[in-house]
Design a protein around this ligand. Structure first.
Ligand code: ADP
Ligand code: BMX
Length: 285
């Protein structure tokens, strides 16, 4: 199968678009995400980015977004503090109207999980999880070769499970979630800096970074108990930041071996969501 076409990856911090040839990103553009924008405005930004890459109406397009995408293609922020105007937005229908019938919408971390399973760090695994540590904490599960989904699009939203490190209310309205202690916004808030990138630049050994990695390690051990994971890949700009994966490994090593799957970084780096969205649009089942 040739993996050719276009993709968009809209996260809580950045929106990227890419032209993909044979599964490889050959052109990439990005902007800062407008967390207050509603569906038409988000689509305008996608259209601008895609035009820069030479996209033509009707070409193959996969669109990965933070938030859940239900079976009818409706898009809902789960963390409503991240995408504040995305409430039951008819993304699937709108994509087809604006960009043509060749388009498909999917959660960003689910897309990344699918790409890593097919082309990256998850190849050859049996029960695989992808964890993104980025603006929030997201995930995707590929069990016995199948990407886990659900009618309401919530499946795989592992950042909204409870953490023993969590003490505050999450934008999902749950208390003490993994995301509320380990995501980029949580790291920035704990360190009193504008964003997590600044925390890493100022002090890569900041306790907020260590706590984030410890919370993610606990999450991985819990998921391994539930799903018998044999491999986990970590992505997102925080997940891929130098030293972060080592901190997860260190914390995971305090768990009994049975609960420690093989742990790696995302092989496709920051492109996994883009490649996975396109790949999924070519293999929707
Ligand atoms: P998105 O959440 O939009 O998918 P990212 O994966 O880039 O985007 O994650 C955004 C988070 O990662 C923000 O909290 C940002 O401050 C942080 N970040 C971005 N670049 C870096 C970096 N080089 N090192 C550490 N953190 C980073
Ligand atoms: C949050 C949630 C997920 C998303 C994950 C990673 C929202 C808006 N987002 O858990 O749907 O997959 O973040 O997204 O509800 P990112 O913005 O950190 O890349």
């Amino acid at each position: 199968m040739t993996i050719d076409g276009f993709a968009v990856d809209l996260g809580g911090t950045k929106i990227a678009a890419a032209r993909v040839e044979q599964g490889v990103v050959v052109g990439r553009v990005q902007r800062v995400t407008d967390g207050a924008a509603d569906l038409p405005v988000q689509l305008d930004t996608m259209e601008l980015l895609l035009a820069e890459l030479g996209f033509q109406h009707g070409e193959r397009l996969g669109v990965a977004v933070a938030g859940r995408v239900d079976r009818d293609g409706n898009w809902h922020a789960v963390n409503t503090a991240t995408l504040r105007a995305i409430v039951a937005a008819p993304l699937g229908t709108a994509l087809k109207a604006r960009f043509g019938e060749g388009s498909l919408a999917i959660n960003d971390a689910a897309a990344a999980a699918f790409a890593e399973y097919r082309l990256g760090a998850g190849r050859g695994s049996y029960n695989f999880a992808y964890v993104t540590v980025s603006t929030g904490v997201g995930g995707g599960l590929v069990l016995n070769g199948r990407l886990v989904d659900s009618g309401n699009g919530l499946a795989g939203h592992i950042g909204f499970t409870s953490s023993p490190f969590g003490k505050s209310l999450c934008g999902s309205r749950r208390m003490g979630t993994v995301e509320s202690v380990a995501g980029g916004r949580a790291i920035a808030a704990a360190a009193g800096l504008p964003d997590a990138k600044a925390v890493f630049e100022n002090d890569p050994e900041h306790p907020a970074i260590r706590t984030s990695a410890q919370a993610v390690a606990r999450l991985i051990a819990d998921l391994t108990a539930i799903l018998g994971l044999d491999r986990v890949a970590v992505g997102g700009s925080i997940g891929l930041a130098p030293g972060y994966l080592d901190k997860i490994s260190e914390a995971l090593a305090t768990e009994p071996e049975l609960f420690c799957p093989m742990l790696t970084g995302a092989e496709l780096g920051n492109d996994s969501g883009l490649v996975g969205a396109l790949l999924r649009s070519l293999n929707p089942a």
